[in-house]
Design a protein around this ligand. Structure first.
Ligand code: ASP
Ligand code: MG
Length: 428
């Protein structure tokens, strides 16, 4: 029998971990140390620092007011950010004495659909002859440019903002990696963003399900699509800080919950959604109301983040949330779908603040106290929904940070609840 291959670890480094030459060298030293420990390492990188924002700003400036965004060109431009980071990290690794090979997403075999700016991974091409496997076989560290792939038509695509996490998880699943470590600038997933809420507590362990709920609520440390992919593959993830030395503290994501105790997992805000309101004619059916709206937006390529509808005497009123950049597009599509006297209007944006919980019903008293604290703190909720999975509030974007802090103070800090999922069963 051939000797067992050494463990394989996929490490992903976010932009803040790579923002300066000194940080790149620090990452190279970390990779070298893991390799000396007897592991094979595959690295996935984001663009350095704010490079993606800078490229987007450049494109906007060059285009001016007149030009429409072209997804194909924008993707080609944005993909260079990760490519530069991969090449530079490979150079830094070589300087550490670690042979490394920088790979574009295409060269690493990431195949996607053709949706520019929001492409989905459809396959990992190449198998044993792919760029990553070949680099590993040659004893090199593959350094893969995250966030990008190649469409069937041979075009460079990108996976949406924050998409390098998804690259890392997809690669780890396809390679059968023993572990996938996501390095960022905070050491784990907390009950709220620790950079804004000083009392936030780190989760040492989280189940895949709870992680998915927290990322969808807006916990920015991990991309929701990466969390979903890790859950689907039962892949163990760790979220760690690359900026701290010493023993690694972070959040381990694995397995499923075994305890049913009511608990609060965290509080997060997601902002920047555009809100469109449609007043459909009286007597319109569900298929003619929400059904028609969903069809029109799907045809226009506008994803619906939330839809709420109420039927009243005057007709049906629908409120829809769509990505901020697509508010006008959504209005155009809905106006074409709903004839007069229906009315379509773009309203001021709202932020969504979510308390992610389990067994919310048993926590009603604490929730009531939290709502009183919000009111005393001057936060005006435009809408509120409670379900067994938590509490959602709609607030003006300027109130979101305060709402998170107030809710956290009452529901987590005052309650003295221990952070942590309490009872996560590891996968067999
Ligand atoms: N650089 C890209 C972004 O800023 C992708 C990523 O960071 O994962 O969105
Ligand atoms: Mg980035």
């Amino acid at each position: 029998m051939p000797p067992a291959a050494p463990p394989l670890v996929v490490q992903k480094y976010g932009g803040s971990s790579l923002a300066t030459p000194a940080r790149l060298r620090r990452v190279a030293a970390r990779v070298a140390a893991v390799r000396r420990g007897g592991c094979r390492v595959v690295v996935v990188v984001s663009a350095m620092g704010d490079a993606t924002d800078a490229l987007l700003a450049l494109a906007a400036e060059v285009r001016g007011a007149g030009g429409a965004a072209d997804g194909r060109e924008l993707d080609l431009l944005l993909a260079t950010g990760e490519q530069a980071a991969a090449a530079l990290l490979a150079l830094a690794l070589a300087a550490e004495g670690v042979p490394a090979r920088a790979l574009t997403g295409a060269r690493a075999g990431l195949r996607t659909d053709g949706r520019h700016g929001d492409a989905r991974i459809v396959a990992l091409a190449g198998g044993r002859r792919g760029g990553v496997q070949r680099a590993l076989a040659a004893g090199c560290v593959p350094v893969v440019a995250g966030f990008q792939g190649l469409s069937r038509g041979g075009e460079v695509t990108t996976l949406g903002r924050g998409g390098s996490d998804t690259t890392a998880v997809a690669l780890a699943a396809a390679l059968g990696a023993d572990r996938c470590d996501i390095y960022t600038d905070v050491d784990g997933i907390f009950t709220a963003d620790p950079r804004r809420v000083p009392g936030a507590r780190r989760h040492d362990v989280l189940s895949h399900r709870d992680t998915l709920l927290l990322t969808h609520a807006g916990a920015g440390v991990l991309h929701p699509r990466a969390a979903a992919l890790a859950a689907a593959h039962c892949l163990t993830l760790r979220v760690l800080s690359s900026l701290e030395d010493g023993p690694e503290r972070g959040t381990r994501i694995e397995g499923e919950n075994t305890v049913e105790m009511p608990r609060i997992l965290g509080i997060a805000a997601a902002g920047g959604a555009a809100r469109v309101v449609v007043d459909a004619a009286a007597g319109a059916s569900m298929a003619e109301g929400p059904g028609a709206a969903l069809r029109a937006l799907a045809a226009a390529g506008v994803p619906v983040e939330h839809l709420e509808e109420k039927a009243g005497a005057g007709g049906r009123r629908m409120a829809l949330l769509v990505p901020a950049a697509q508010g006008d597009e959504a209005c155009r599509a809905l106006r074409a779908a709903f004839a007069e006297p229906a009315r379509v209007a773009l309203e001021p944006p709202v932020a969504r603040v979510t308390v992610v919980a389990s067994g919310m019903g048993a926590l009603a008293g604490r929730v009531a106290a939290a709502l009183a604290a919000l009111e005393a703190g001057g936060v005006d909720a435009e809408g509120l929904g409670i379900s067994p999975m938590g509490l959602t509030l709609w607030v003006a974007p300027g109130h979101a940070a305060r709402a998170v802090a107030l809710l956290h103070a009452v529901l987590v800090e005052e309650a003295g609840a221990a952070a942590g999922a309490g009872g996560v069963r590891r996968p067999a």
